[in-house]
Design a protein. Structure first.
Length: 236
């Protein structure tokens, strides 16, 4: 119990230090649903670790109903986690969060499919994730990173980086601007898939022309199709 009380005091102090809107410790204690969700999680995590899986999951659903924040009891959260304006935050079962991390509303630490084992992200110490950002899959976001609001992060992020965009790409690293001069550095899965289809169509057309003996009478590619293929190549 003394340890739990010290953690609660630490959490309240952390909010007072980081949120200028907080006017008093009593206000933080009573009104910050992000803290309530974390406190529920600590109890549920203890139950989960002692094999009481059903009651832990049921209480996590109660906490979600009360706070609007869903934290799976199997996740591993560090100290001084601050969930600010936390409505809609989702933290998956195998997520790992380090110390001094801040999450804003609508953040998702989710998976990308039905794979087993470690399938959710790891956020190292001192990471800040902006509102609505989605960090998906078994990836690592390094220490001191900033994830911009609305970003979708699908790949590992090195330490001391700032990521924005869909899909997420690094714009600052080690305090220096990262200038992307080659659009292929921004990996868009949809564009990659479309470009792969366009490439296969090209190969099939060339093969058909060879079989028909029409190598030297190739008809030009329609202008609209050529523009599409050029645009896909540019995006990737």
């Amino acid at each position: 119990m003394p340890h739990l009380l010290s953690l609660i005091r630490e959490d309240v102090t952390n909010v007072m230090d980081h949120d200028p809107a907080a006017k008093s410790r009593l206000e933080v204690f009573l009104c910050y649903s992000g803290l309530h969700a974390v406190w529920f999680y600590r109890m549920n995590h203890w139950l989960w670790n002692h094999g009481l899986f059903l009651i832990a999951r049921w209480l996590s659903q109660v906490a979600r109903w009360l706070t609007g924040i869903e934290i799976h009891p199997g996740a591993r959260l560090g100290r001084r986690l601050f969930i600010d304006h936390g409505m809609g935050v989702v933290i998956g079962e195998t997520s790992i969060i380090g110390d001094d991390v801040t999450l804003y509303q609508g953040v998702t630490l989710g998976g990308t499919g039905k794979e087993h084992g470690k399938r959710h992200p790891t956020l190292e110490d001192n990471v800040v994730v902006g509102g609505g950002a989605k960090i998906l899959g078994n990836i690592i976001v390094g220490k001191n990173c900033r994830i911009g609001a609305g970003s979708v992060v699908l790949r590992n992020v090195p330490e001391n980086s700032t990521v924005v965009g869909v899909p997420g790409h690094i714009v600052f690293r080690e305090g220096k601007r990262v200038v992307i001069t080659d659009p292929k550095q921004i990996n868009d899965p949809l564009s990659e898939a479309l470009a792969s289809v366009a490439s296969e169509v090209n190969k099939l057309r060339e093969r058909v022309q060879q079989l028909e003996g029409a190598e030297h009478t190739t008809e030009p590619v329609p202008e609209s199709l050529q523009r599409l293929m050029d645009d896909l190549d540019y995006q990737i």
